[in-house]
Write a protein that binds this ligand. Structure first.
Ligand code: PGA
Length: 249
């Protein structure tokens, strides 16, 4: 049985004061969660969040990482820096990184490898655009992305990694994939992993759904056999709405 994993991607939201309020709110609301819970604040809030999460089961994640270890890369943050501030997870390849920072499957693959080598776990995002869905090429797009982002990863590393299926048209739009659409896409992703590795490996991989997940749609999405969690944007910015998704899991 795969564990449900609920991650909150804060994106570019919350200063230190807001971070403190949100983390304290979450801690009081989710005392005993069955799911694994991860929060991914912006870089500037990681140290504060880490301190507030001491003795909590909530895990800390980052939203991105540099491809480089150190040096003259203005504005970038390395794997070892994230590890030292207490991160256990790093989101790589979010569609906003693909769109605004031209990240390719190759770059995302390299970042995932770096995260794993640095002793953390990647949450690797894939997902089709609206145009691709309308052209009926969702399966091919997902297949290419999954093969690209996992290239050269060992079976052991893939088993530990999280894949997030995030249809781009559902992110921040209020449009959620139906449970059937999401389950179908998750099956495609799991089948590609089976082809690349084995059933034993693909059955272990946690595949999250992301795209306008809220308290009122979380339960039906998370009850699908291949949906093992959620990557939540907008609804993770309020402690009670994030907690309602965690409760649904
Ligand atoms: P959303 O974002 O929940 O606001 O749609 C999801 C995501 O980008 O991970």
């Amino acid at each position: 049985m795969r564990k449900k994993v609920i991650a909150g991607n804060w994106k570019m939201n919350n200063d230190i004061v807001q971070t403190t309020e949100l983390i304290n709110g979450l801690k009081s609301l989710i005392v005993s969660a069955n799911a694994e819970v991860i929060v991914c604040p912006p870089y500037t809030s990681l140290a504060t969040a880490q301190q507030l999460l001491v003795n909590s089961s909530i895990k800390l994640g980052a939203q991105d990482v540099s491809l480089y270890d150190n040096g003259a890369y203005t504005g970038e943050v390395s794997v070892s820096m994230l590890k030292s501030v207490g991160c256990s997870y790093v989101i790589v390849g979010h569609s906003e990184r693909r769109q605004y920072h031209h990240e390719t499957n190759e770059i995302i693959n390299q970042k995932a490898k770096k995260v794993l080598a640095g002793g953390m776990l990647p949450i690797i995002c894939v997902g089709e655009t609206l145009e691709e869905r309308e052209k009926n090429i969702t399966d091919q797009v997902l297949t290419t992305q999954v093969k690209g982002v996992l290239a050269g990863l060992s079976a052991v590393d893939v088993e530990r990694s999280i894949v997030a299926y995030e249809p781009v048209w559902a992110i921040g739009t209020g449009k959620t994939a139906t449970k059937e659409q999401a389950e179908e896409a998750h099956k495609v992703i799991r089948n590609v992993i089976t082809q690349l590795y084995s059933t034993a490996v693909s059955e272990k991989v946690v595949i999250q759904y992301g795209g306008s997940v809220k308290g009122d749609n979380a339960k039906e999405l998370l009850s699908q056999p291949n949906i093992d969690g959620a990557l939540v944007g907008g609804a993770c910015l309020k402690a009670d709405s994030f907690a309602s998704i965690i409760t649904a899991a």
